[in-house]
Design a protein around this ligand. Structure first.
Ligand code: NAD
Ligand code: SF4
Length: 430
């Protein structure tokens, strides 16, 4: 990794009182919004398209293209909704960003809302992180007091209100349409797409839902320009990215690097494997992305590189496991999570996650049979691509990839059980 430009998003994080408006303004804060509001919304949409900014919430959809789906007229109210319901296991980048540098998100909201002709922005924060709600709400109040939110922002004639809203701790409310249901005061369940939110979103009005990191990147692009942004990352996945590294490393935490950086390089930043115990498996983007192994240390972590190697970039939540960890056990824990969080709307996911967790629990408990491995794969096959939203597909990823790379470990668990059952039944016969 030789890039001289990063850190970008995290560069203010270590400044004293980095979350205060005064600190933010000393460090170029709100210069991008002033500049952006002197131009037109169309210029901003073109800028973000040319920069190639891709969504940082997991799917990597081009942000400028998404913005371009919003109607150009203002016949109906437009909404910008920030998905701050960070819930994917292992993912912990948006909450630190909002804690350390909330004004970068607020400034990004001003610019993005202007580009999409939205006058109300909702930031939907994961309900469990009250400290983050407080920090963000205080920053929004500071911005109102300074006249950076409300009416006639920077004398441009543009008005914007921001509402910070707390979720109630349901993982499914991170799915954008379930989030919109929840914001409307209903139980969060994914909606059928299309229509996509730009056509019919919050209160059935044109809406764009973007991730925190995506929007916090926008002011940097406005100030730095397309060439600067594209100097980082790859052709199709440009720019910097925050990688959340957790698990068996010496220094877990947030590490910013250009997209396309490898785990080998990131491990160097994180001080290497904890106590030198070798790497066994890892997730490139949270537990909804297929597992990688030590063979994948040099896979470029960008949207294309991760996909070509058989996984997904997802949320760049790198959960690192050393050789002491049982793969069936880890897979069982993730599956229990999906069983708990399945919203129950569709049968493959509601029933499938229940059966998958039961079979895995039986295996880990020493009561599994070799046939259970095939049954697991069969159930996965009936969930993958047959569920209503991405949660179902995500739930089977650790299981199928776990068996793909570590089938022998699953077999060994079942064989140990067969051996002990045979021994005990032989004992009974005698
Ligand atoms: P998706 O690919 O369906 O959609 C991504 C975005 O692009 C959405 O905003 C969607 O509206 C838009 N979009 C896609 N196709 C479109 C079209 N034809 N027209 C208009 N807009 C279109 O993915 P998704 O279901 O929103 O998200 C799945 C991802 O979420 C997974 O990859 C996973 O990594 C991630 N995820 C993240 C978290 C987290 O905590 N950040 C939690 C769970 C899952
Ligand atoms: Fe709900 Fe799961 Fe179906 Fe998604 S896949 S709608 S979470 S039951």
């Amino acid at each position: 990794m030789s890039d001289p430009i990063t850190p970008v998003l995290t560069k203010r994080w270590l400044s004293p009182n980095s979350w205060r408006l005064s600190t933010y303004e000393q460090l170029e804060g709100y210069t991008a919004a002033r500049k952006a509001l002197r131009g037109t919304p169309e210029q901003l949409v073109s800028l973000i398209k040319e920069a190639g900014l891709r969504g940082r919430g997991g799917a990597g959809f081009p942000a400028g293209v998404k913005w371009g789906f919003m109607p150009k007229d203002e016949e109906k109210p437009h909404y910008l909704v920030i998905n701050a319901d960070e819930g994917e296991p292992g993912t912990c980048k948006d909450i630190p960003l909002m804690m350390a540098d909330p004004h970068s998100l607020i400034e990004g909201c001003i610019i993005s809302a202007y580009a999409m002709r939205a006058h109300h922005c909702f930031i939907y924060v994961r309900g469990e992180v009250l400290h983050c709600m407080r920090r963000l709400s205080a920053a929004v109040s500071e911005a109102y007091e300074a006249g950076y939110l409300g009416s006639d922002i920077f004398g441009s004639g543009f008005d914007l209100d921001i509402t910070v809203h707390a979720g109630a701790g349901a993982y499914i409310c991170g799915e954008e349409t379930a989030l919109l249901d929840s914001l409307e005061g209903r139980r969060g369940e994914p909606r059928l797409k299309p229509p996509f939110p730009a056509a019919s979103g919050l209160y059935s009005q044109p809406t764009t839902v973007n991730n925190v990191e995506t929007i916090a990147t926008v002011p940097f692009i406005v100030n730095g320009g397309v060439d600067w942004f594209r100097a980082m990352g790859t052709e199709k996945s440009p720019g910097p990215k925050i990688f959340s590294i957790s698990g068996h490393v010496e220094r877990p935490g947030q590490y910013e690097a250009p997209l396309g950086t490898t785990l080998r390089e990131l491990l160097d930043l994180a001080g290497g494997m904890k106590d030198g115990i070798p790497l066994k498996f890892w997730t490139p983007g949270g537990s909804s992305t297929p597992l990688f192994t030590a063979e994948h240390l040099d896979v470029p972590l960008d949207f294309e590189g991760a996909a070509e190697a058989g996984s997904m970039l997802g949320t760049t939540a790198l959960m690192i496991f050393n050789e002491t960890v049982s793969v069936p056990w880890a897979v069982m824990k993730w599956t229990q999570f999906y069983r708990h969080e399945s919203c129950g709307k569709c049968t493959p996911c509601r029933e499938g996650t229940y059966w998958l967790a039961q079979i895995l629990e039986r295996m880990v408990d020493g009561r599994g049979t070799e046939e259970d491995i095939e049954t697991l794969l069969d159930v996965c096959d009936n969930v993958l691509g047959r569920s209503f939203c991405a949660l179902g597909d995500g739930a089977v990823s650790p299981i199928t990839s776990g068996i793909q790379y570590f089938r022998s470990e699953f077999l060994e668990l079942c064989r140990q059980n067969a051996t002990s059952s045979a021994a005990s039944s032989g004992g009974d016969a005698q």
